[in-house]
Design a protein. Structure first.
Length: 138
């Protein structure tokens, strides 16, 4: 399973949701979700929820990121082996102000998924061998 964007990079000023994404070969697998926040304004928060559905009609929350305030990369695991009926994912977000200023909320972010272990498998195919943790660095 190749990395797939659930939300392509965008700048948001209000609550919203991303497109529905079919899991395909990722159904029933352990998935790594990576949230990248590229823009943020002081005293504002971003809440991101990943929902799953068997039919694309009825949705339930699978993962909720803790509220984020700063730029950075935030990864979490989604174990779909305990949710084997899930065939579709979508992302919903909420933006809010933490201070009583008049500034419109603003966040730049993206979110993608990939099967757990995909980076290790890809490195092995390229002939890259990780250095043992006990090796001394000169």
């Amino acid at each position: 399973m190749l990395p797939t964007f659930l939300v392509k990079e965008r700048v948001v000023h209000s609550d919203g949701s991303g497109p529905v994404t079919e899991l395909g070969s990722g159904a029933g697998k352990l998935i790594v979700l990576t949230l990248g926040i590229t823009r943020s304004v002081e005293h504002q928060g971003l809440e991101v929820v990943i929902q799953g559905s068997a039919d694309g009609e009825y949705w339930r929350t699978l993962v909720k990121y803790p509220q984020k305030f700063y730029c950075g990369l935030y990864s979490t695991l989604l174990n779909l082996s305990t949710n084997e009926d899930v065939s579709y994912l979508r992302v919903q977000w909420r933006v809010n102000r933490l201070a009583r200023n008049e500034a419109t909320p603003l966040f730049g972010f993206y979110l993608y998924m990939e099967q757990s272990g995909a980076r290790i498998a890809g490195a092995g195919r390229l002939g890259i061998v990780p250095m043992p943790a006990t090796a001394a660095v000169a």
